[in-house]
Design a protein around this ligand. Structure first.
Ligand SMILES: *Cc1c(COP(=O)(O)O)cnc(C)c1O
Length: 851
């Protein structure tokens, strides 16, 4: 019965009654409040032992498990000396882990909209979040000086259900914060630390929570409490929910609120890492602080740029948030004034063309404008990003654009199957995890007997298929599918099948239904006598993505046809736990993105660690990871411009590769009953591919390529009250005002119009320029040789700098004597650009003058 009294009338107050564990068990409480347990095998086993069934029901949430543990079980455990001994050992390991002092190095702040740490923390939607979560775990393992900032969502991303028709149902169960491993960050007086963030003239209060990840902390902002209006409380309800305006508000909270939280906690990071453009507003808040501290706007820009890295994660345009000028004005208009600039100048920070009043404010452009360094997430994606952002840098060809890359990777302890880790450890040597990206260690996999490895992997497959049966049964019963069909499907799932997995976000570019181009062919392929094949699918489509949801409907529909019963299976509600089971248990991990839209992809790496062979388009990470003896590939090059023809071709290639290579290789049995040819693929993907895609390699790359250089430039610019930032800003302003007055006075170049240049002769040029008052030492003159690829496309083949021969007053003479070396037809030009000792790359001051 519901009461007619409202809660206020009833004067109800909340009380949190915490389960009291006896002293011997109290370490469990501690362990449950640091997510470290989730990647420590012994700690995981402890929580499993308490109550395996219940633990699973609770999404492996140890805080919830302990909170609801019944007294009889508590007493039993307290009296179980073997359990207590194990508990003490784990606690000792935990303390030893925590006791190691941090490595010296720059202090880093990492910002992300989502974090995939564990299934019980609904802070993630997909790959971006899982990457960030894996990265933080590695930051802890590598013991670096890093903390992270994000939002604590009440509902997070949706849980997926399906209707009988395959319509996606969006479920949003609330998280109970008392059952999460988070704790309030408190002020010295014991009160909860809050920061205020201005949103449309209102002050929104955000509470700060701390989520310990091993040795490091993730700080999370939460607006869902009584201080705020209903609307503002909803700011931290859903991840990627709501409209564009809602997203804008969330990004203001993350960026601006995040920087305020850092300040309030007295943390003083040297380098800021923006994981995706969602966090772009953090740089605006930092600008404001620098301006308030006495720097002029252009100086503040230098201070912020010198300490910021922006990582872009997708070449899909829809993946880059943008807001109309009108919308932005409603929220951030006052910032322009606080920064000492006009509103037009403010909006220009997020535009490709600052003078185009119709152009939206784009978070990627903003992030690029205020970050000295930018990177993509695989080698290929780095190149695609250079291409994508070339319009920001007129005068440069894509391969000159300063955007670099660090290829994504995965956190080994999170994604490896325990059994395999134990098996690897028998031959990989002692403490090998500290050197986990070293291939020489992994090559010892060849010391393991084929049959032993095959059987270990087979057990993982059986575990996966057991899970599939159980899950499918529950899903189908809930959907109301007929019992006959349900049992028909369940009975046809064969443990000896070759199992392929395809699971990821259902964005249309990932082409989940490519396999169904030709159902007849697919039918023959999965129904060969004695060579059963199973395809497992899973994944969520964004609630607003009808195209993605259509793909799910199609797969569910196919999976119910009698000829595909137990062969094509869709599992509802993809999440990190399912991802583990799948990537550990399948034989082949399949990925079929439209080139070149898969920035990296990481689930294939999880598979690789576990010896699941990949079969994928040579896009993203697989373009780097693929080797012919360690998996299969669909070619990178596009054959057809028209996508439907390309899909048809790719589907043909998939069927062909399956029929002619993968299936025969897998089922070719030797005297030992297994396929040694298959096991060679398995061992090669473990030995030659997996180590490169472990998180340690990625973290090392970030330090080497970005964090260390940024820490250096941050230190250089900030010294003596930002003296260098000021000088550098003044230099830039000076060049900007004078640049358009540069003129050519004399050009004495070999006459390439009338004569060919024989190889062996020297190409001479001498050019005199009126510098319009710019110091000649600030100018670099280059000759650029291009080769024309198409009407619109040229490729840079060679750049050589001139020497400054003479400089008097406004006159500067540059000379060049060049050995042309490469024969052929080129187009060339003389490019004058700025140079300065603080310039990290040519485009840091984006001025080009063509002679
Ligand atoms: C690893 C993972 C992803 C990322 O998959 P991609 O291969 O990058 O598409 C997405 N969702 C979950 C739950 C994951 O564990």
């Amino acid at each position: 019965m519901t009461s007619s009294l409202t809660l206020t009338d009833m004067k109800l107050k909340r009380i949190y009654i915490q389960n009291q564990l006896p002293a011997v068990l109290s370490p469990l409480q501690r362990l449950s409040h640091n997510i470290w347990w989730s990647w420590n095998f012994a700690a995981q086993d402890l929580f499993h032992q308490i109550d395996p069934e219940r633990f699973r029901e609770l999404n492996y949430n140890p805080v919830a498990l302990l909170e609801t543990l019944d007294p009889a079980r508590i007493n039993e455990l307290a009296a179980d000396t073997a359990f207590i001994e194990r508990l003490q050992a784990v606690e000792k390991a935990f303390d030893a882990y925590l006791a190691v002092p941090k490595k010296a190095g720059p202090k880093l702040a990492y910002f992300s909209m989502e974090y995939g740490l564990h299934i019980s923390l609904k802070l993630y939607s997909g790959g971006l979040g899982v990457l960030a979560g894996d990265y933080l775990k590695e930051a802890s393992d590598s013991n670096v000086d890093l903390f992270a900032v994000g939002l604590l969502y009440r509902y997070g991303y949706f849980n997926q259900g399906l209707s009988m028709n395959g319509d996606q149902i969006h479920l949003y169960p609330a998280q109970k914060f008392t059952q999460l491993p988070v704790e309030p960050v408190r002020k010295a007086d014991g009160n909860w630390l809050k920061v205020s963030v201005p949103i449309q003239g209102r002050i929104v209060q955000a509470k700060i929570w701390k989520l310990p990840i091993g040795r490091i902390n993730l700080y999370l902002l939460d607006t869902d409490h009584e201080d705020n209006s209903q609307d503002d409380r909803a700011l931290t309800h859903m991840l990627y929910g709501g409209d564009n305006e809602h997203r804008l508000k969330q990004e203001i909270l993350l960026g601006i609120g995040g920087v305020r939280a850092i300040e309030a906690m007295g943390l003083a990071p040297e380098v800021y890492h923006l994981n995706e453009g969602h966090a772009g507003f953090l740089s605006i808040e930092r600008l404001k602080n620098f301006v308030a501290g006495g720097l002029r706007f252009p100086e503040a820009v230098e201070a912020v740029r010198a300490s910021s890295l922006y990582t872009t994660h997708t070449p899909v345009p829809a993946g880059h948030d943008h807001f109309s000028e009108h919308l932005l004005r409603n929220y951030l208009y006052n910032y322009a004034q606080e920064l000492g600039i006009t509103w037009e100048e403010f909006v220009a920070l997020g535009r490709k063309d600052p003078h185009n009043p119709g152009e939206d404010f784009n978070m990627s452009n903003l992030s690029i404008a205020l970050s000295q360094r930018v990177n993509g997430v695989s080698k290929l994606h780095g190149e695609v990003s250079q291409e994508m952002f070339t319009p920001l840098y007129p005068g440069y060809t894509p391969n000159e654009v300063h955007i670099g890359y660090v290829t994504n990777s995965v956190h080994y302890p999170t994604w490896i199957a325990h059994e395999l880790h134990e098996l690897y450890s028998t031959v990989f040597g002692k403490d090998w995890l500290a050197d986990q990206s070293n291939k020489d260690i992994w090559r010892n996999i060849h010391k393991i007997d084929d049959k032993v490895l095959f059987e270990a992997r087979h057990r993982l497959k059986v575990r996966l298929l057991d899970y599939v049966r159980e899950k499918l049964k529950a899903d189908m019963q809930r959907r109301g599918e007929s019992p006959r069909m349900t049992y028909d499907i369940l009975s046809k799932i064969n443990n000896n099948a070759l199992v392929l997995g395809f699971a990821r976000r259902f964005a249309t570019y990932k082409r989940a239904t490519l396999l169904f181009q030709n159902e007849e062919r697919l039918k023959a392929l999965v129904n060969r006598a004695d060579q059963p094949v199973i395809f497992l699918f899973a994944g969520k489509a964004h609630p607003a993505d009808q195209g993605g949801q259509d793909l799910i409907r199609r797969i569910l529909h196919v999976s119910k046809k009698p000829e595909f019963a137990g062969k094509i299976i869709f599992l509802e509600d993809y999440n990190m736990e399912m991802a583990k089971l799948l990537t550990q248990g399948v034989d082949i991990w399949l990925n079929t993105p439209t080139r070149p839209l898969e920035a990296s992809g990481t689930s294939g790496m999880k598979a690789a660690l576990n010896g699941s062979v990949n079969f994928s388009v040579l896009d993203g990470w697989w373009a780097e990871g693929y080797r012919p003896d360690a998996g299969w590939a669909l070619p990178l090059e596009r054959t057809y411009q028209e996508q439907h023809l390309q899909n048809e071709l790719d589907a043909e290639l998939i069927y062909h590769t399956m029929e002619e290579e993968i299936i025969p290789t897998y089922f070719q049995r030797d005297a030992t009953g297994i396929s040694s040819k298959w096991m060679h693929y398995v061992k090669q993907i473990i030995a030659e591919v997996a180590p490169t895609f472990t998180m340690k390699r990625m973290m090392d790359d970030y330090y080497e390529r970005f964090y260390f250089p940024l820490a250096k430039s941050q230190q250089a610019t900030s010294k003596s009250n930002y003296a260098k930032a000021k000088a550098y800003a003044a230099w830039k302003e000076d060049l900007r005002t004078k640049w358009s007055g540069i003129e050519v006075l004399d050009n004495n170049t070999f006459d390439t119009v009338n004569y060919a240049l024989p190889v062996g002769e020297t190409f001479n040029a001498e050019i005199t320029i009126d510098t319009n008052g710019i110091d000649a030492s600030s100018l670099l003159l280059e000759v650029c040789f291009y080769q024309r690829l198409t009407e619109e496309k040229i490729e840079l083949r060679r750049v050589e700098a001139f020497e400054l021969k003479k400089a008097t007053g406004n006159k500067a003479t540059f000379a060049l004597a060049l050995d042309p070396r490469l024969a052929g037809v080129y187009e060339y030009g003389f490019r004058l650009r700025p140079q300065h000792e603080l310039m990290p790359h040519a485009q840091d001051l984006n001025l080009v003058f063509w002679v």
